[in-house]
Design a protein around this ligand. Structure first.
Ligand SMILES: [Zn+2]
Length: 319
């Protein structure tokens, strides 16, 4: 139901937090009986909240990039089946596996390792499918409350209440989505493929290498540790707001750090002084095409939301 809609407006009703929880829980309980499509869209939306425009818009292409990357990891890298019939492949599985075979890509490769043109081609293929079948049906699962969308112009516009809700409860929502996904996959996959399944799902979007970000930061600043200010011999790249909250890789959230600071900070957040230092650093970072999604207020909000999601902001380097 709902998948055939071309354009739909989100219902303009006032939603309390109880309403938001109710719609989301109903969605999570009912999303997957046949395939993993809707859960993957939910994960992509949670990952994409930091890419939203001021008016809450995401393009299908932005979302499809996340969906494609995750499916590549599940299907190609981890060999996980995505459909509720033994011996049958879902459309996304066919798309991924055919593409991999045609281009002779090793199954050990992360999506990031594919040449950019191949990435874009695969994203377009996934986008066609999601455009046709998934956005409308996802919309219907939330009883039309979560977003407006336009299939022709290829965008969704999230309802403001959901934007705040997704940020505020991102970690819990991501964990529950991952869990539901695992429950589905468990029914149709071998024990071998299911080994360490929650770990596989949780890190489905993690990059193999952050080298690209290291190079950009090195060419735009001094080789010193962002936290302890000591000159860098060995260089680590640190997610200022931890990856396990933000689940996305954007230049404005990366800093160069020494191994001691990076290891000691781990999954925690630095004290608020470092947030202000990052705001200043980002003001000086002149890499326009990498800063499109950046706003000072956004970074500050995310920092506060991460605290609400359980990440303590009390870390400082040892002096
Ligand atoms: Zn340091």
């Amino acid at each position: 139901m709902g998948w055939e809609l071309g354009v739909a407006e989100a219902k303009s009703e006032y939603l309390t937090e109880t309403d938001l929880w109710r719609h989301t829980q109903q969605f999570l309980m009912n999303a997957t009986h046949t395939t993993t499509y809707k859960h993957m869209l939910m994960k992509a939306l949670l990952e994409c909240t930091i890419e939203l425009s001021d008016s809450g818009v995401l393009t299908f292409n932005q979302i499809s990039r996340h969906v494609t990357k995750m499916y590549w990891s599940l299907i190609v890298t981890n060999g996980l089946r995505q459909v509720n019939q033994i011996g049958k492949l879902s459309s996304i599985e066919k798309t991924m596996l055919t593409f991999q075979a045609t281009h002779e890509i090793p199954s050990t490769w992360n999506f990031d390792r594919l040449p950019v043109q191949q990435q874009q081609q695969l994203i377009r293929n996934v986008n066609q499918f999601y455009k046709k079948y998934v956005y409308g049906s996802f919309y219907a699962s939330f009883e039309g409350t979560v977003y407006s969308f336009n299939r022709k112009e290829e965008w969704v516009k999230l309802v403001p209440g959901y934007i705040v809700f997704f940020e505020k409860y991102k970690r819990v929502l991501m964990n529950v989505t991952n869990y539901q996904l695992a429950v589905f996959l468990e029914k149709y996959n071998t024990r071998e493929a299911m080994e360490r399944i929650l770990n596989k799902i949780e890190f489905v979007s993690a990059r193999q290498s952050l080298n690209e970000f290291k190079q950009i930061l090195l060419s735009h600043g001094h080789p010193i540790c962002f936290y302890c200010m000591r000159p860098l011999k060995q260089i680590h790249v640190d997610h200022f707001i931890p990856w396990s909250y933000i689940q996305n890789d954007v230049l404005w959230n990366f800093v160069l750090a020494c191994p001691t600071c990076n290891t000691s900070k781990n999954n925690r957040m630095a004290k608020v002084d470092y947030l202000y230092a990052l705001v200043e650093r980002n003001d000086d970072l002149r890499v326009a095409e990498r800063m499109e999604t950046y706003k000072e207020t956004k970074l500050i909000h995310l920092y506060n939301y991460a605290v609400q999601n359980g990440f303590e902001a009390n870390w400082a380097p040892k002096t």
